[in-house]
Design a protein around this ligand. Structure first.
Ligand SMILES: NC(=O)C1=CN([C@@H]2O[C@H](COP(=O)(O)OP(=O)(O)OC[C@H]3O[C@@H](n4cnc5c(N)ncnc54)[C@H](OP(=O)(O)O)[C@@H]3O)[C@@H](O)[C@H]2O)C=CC1
Ligand SMILES: O=C([O-])CC(=O)C(=O)O
Length: 252
């Protein structure tokens, strides 16, 4: 049985906990002490309000499902403690120096940094961007204003530019932009729209290169507990955890 330390007892944390089978969340940590206690009681885990004590608890892997700030603050010490990490708040890796340092630490200590597919599809073969030429890569994300904690009466563009700037400005909504950038090996172009007529979290990917061209459109249902986060993102990390001990590895 794989033992998991969960950093972040929110929406995604709850979906993971409800789906435990071949892994067990044994330790939990969050900035909100009451949330940790309640979560620990409900899912039979040990609650922690101190991160150092949480990390010292024997677990095989730490799953970050909290925030870009949490991933930035804690990923390095998780690896240095000798544990693998799953990073959901991928926006933390938009800082290239930070990412390079993290990857170097993982390589030195023979540890893994897992990045779930999250709220998009296609990360597997988008990795061909690392070995063959790409002429165009655009992510167009459209969400209901509520998912962005805003109000609007008409379709409005909030951002146009590079992924690393977008996720810096919208860290709760555009982690996928950084995942796509890491997968294809370049800082992708991003458009972020809010649309009061759209009730889904929609991600459209336009990808052209030596291989040909692709258009992927994902129309995600928002999570009931957090409309900023697509339910697919929670299912994705749960699938990753269920496959950690599977010798059959599928995808590029
Ligand atoms: N990679 C991807 O494709 C996707 C990534 N995400 C990201 O996944 C993460 C989790 O999402 P979700 O579960 O919906 O978010 P929630 O806000 O529902 O849950 C996150 C929990 O972590 C807590 N938290 C925040 N910062 C810290 C910190 N520094 N230390 C400890 N606990 C902290 C939050 O507390 P509080 O409420 O006080 O902030 C909250 O309890 C988010 O960063 C989200 O943006 C989401 C969708 C797709
Ligand atoms: O869940 C989504 O649709 C995307 C998201 O919030 C993110 O990438 O941070």
């Amino acid at each position: 049985m794989i033992t998991v330390g969960l950093l972040g007892c929110g929406n995604i944390g709850r979906v993971i906990a409800a789906g435990q089978e071949n892994f067990k969340i044994t330790a939990v940590y969050d900035v909100v002490p009451a949330r940790v206690e309640e979560f620990a009681r409900e899912f039979d885990a040990k609650p922690f309000s101190d991160f150092t004590a949480f990390l010292a608890e024997p677990t095989d892997i730490i799953v970050e499902a909290a925030s870009v700030v949490a991933a930035t603050e804690h990923a390095q010490e998780v690896l240095e403690s000798g544990k693998d990490i799953v990073i959901m708040s991928v926006g933390a890796l938009a800082d290239k120096e930070f990412r390079a340092h993290l990857v170097a630490t993982a390589r030195d200590l023979k540890r893994k940094i897992h990045i779930p597919s999250g709220a998009v599809m296609g990360l597997d073969n988008i990795r061909i961007g690392q070995i063959s030429s790409i002429n165009k890569f655009v992510l167009r994300t459209t969400k209901n204003p509520k998912s962005l904690s805003r109000e609007a009466t008409e379709r409005t563009q909030l951002f146009s530019g590079k992924a690393h700037d977008c996720v810096r400005q919208y860290p709760k909504n555009t982690n996928v932009a950084e995942s796509l950038s890491i997968a294809c090996g370049r800082d992708v172009d991003v458009e972020l729209w809010m649309d009061p007529e759209e009730d889904r979290n929609m991600h459209e990917i336009f990808f052209e290169g030596e291989f040909g061209e692709a258009y992927i459109r994902i129309r995600n249902l928002p999570s009931p507990d957090n409309p900023a986060t697509s339910y697919l993102a929670a299912l994705s990390i749960l699938t990753l955890l269920k496959n950690l001990d599977n010798p059959l590895v599928i995808g590029a």
